[in-house]
Write a protein that binds this ligand. Structure first.
Ligand SMILES: NC(=O)c1ccc[n+]([C@@H]2O[C@H](COP(=O)([O-])OP(=O)(O)OC[C@H]3O[C@@H](n4cnc5c(N)ncnc54)[C@H](O)[C@@H]3O)[C@@H](O)[C@H]2O)c1
Length: 255
């Protein structure tokens, strides 16, 4: 069950956080994995026993090359995780510049668009594509206009790709996690979010990268054969409503 034995998988942003946890999980499940990242992670890939390709996902020719290299070296691709992304916190709309928005767009949206355009050319029919979107693609967060809009775009691209690739039985889904305990969440500018983490999420804690990797594993496997075009909430209950922990905090001293 959920075996990925001999499947060929590419994971962008595979050198850290969600990508790294996914690479590890796929290897454990038997896949032949390509860890793709803008940072040089050759040593890490050697340690894990997978292939490394250096790629900047905002550059179309580099993304195309990533899939060509993978096919030449490991064979046709079964699983593609378009995961690389960045966040630029703390910029209200009144301070927004198009240059800064485009910088985020080129990576978060462009990286997924190029993945959806070039991976299928080198994929087996019946494969699985997984995009890392975010809760921020479904609800707004003040100060995160660029990030939220790119992730909303990723959700819509996922739906379009699922429809366009259905005739090849290539399933396309995305995951929408709330704050994940990775270097991205601990970057400067996210202090308030981390301070409130015990109250914001009904489960009372941050999401762990391994919990996203577990969903990715399911989505990648043949056991998940009828799920396509979805944007899966992985938010500790956030969209279900206000948690008891938040209610307790808000009413502290009132009763
Ligand atoms: N951390 C969170 O709170 C959170 C929440 C929801 C969604 N996400 C999404 O999850 C994904 C992974 O984020 P993470 O939390 O693991 O972050 P992370 O910073 O730990 O890892 C991101 C990885 O992407 C790589 N990367 C960055 N720009 C790249 C580029 N142009 N080309 C190739 N690789 C590049 C980095 O080198 C790094 O290895 C992102 O798409 C992010 O938007 C994160």
């Amino acid at each position: 069950m959920f075996s990925l034995k001999n499947k060929v998988a590419v994971v962008t942003g595979g050198g850290s956080g969600v990508g790294l946890a996914t690479v590890k999980r796929f290897i454990e499940a038997g896949a032949k994995v390509v860890l793709a990242d803008i940072a040089d992670q050759q040593a890490l890939a050697d340690e894990l026993g997978c292939m490394f390709v250096k790629v900047d996902v905002s550059k179309e020719d580099q993304v195309q090359h990533l899939f060509e290299m993978t096919r030449e070296t490991l064979g046709k691709i079964d699983i593609c995780v378009n995961n690389a992304g960045i966040i630029v916190p703390g910029e209200m709309l009144e301070e927004a510049t198009m240059d800064e928005y485009l910088r985020v767009y080129n990576i978060n949206f462009g990286g997924v668009l190029y993945g959806l355009k070039h991976a299928p050319v080198h994929m087996n029919d019946g494969g699985s594509i997984i995009n890392t979107a975010s809760l921020a693609g479904k609800i707004g967060f003040p100060g995160y206009g660029a990030y939220c809009s790119t992730k909303g775009g990723v959700i819509q691209l996922t739906r379009v790709a699922a429809l366009e690739l259905a005739d090849r039985n290539i399933r396309v889904n995305c995951v929408c996690p709330s704050t994940i305990d990775t270097p991205m969440a601990h970057a400067e500018g996210n202090e308030l979010e981390l301070m409130l983490k015990d109250y914001v999420w009904p489960l009372g804690r941050l999401c762990q990268a391994e919990e996203v990797a577990a969903i990715n594993h399911f989505l990648a496997s043949d056991d998940c054969s009828y799920l396509t075009g979805t944007a899966i909430d992985l938010d500790g209950g956030y969209k279900a409503g206000t948690g008891m922990n938040a209610i307790g905090k808000l009413t502290e001293g009132l009763m």
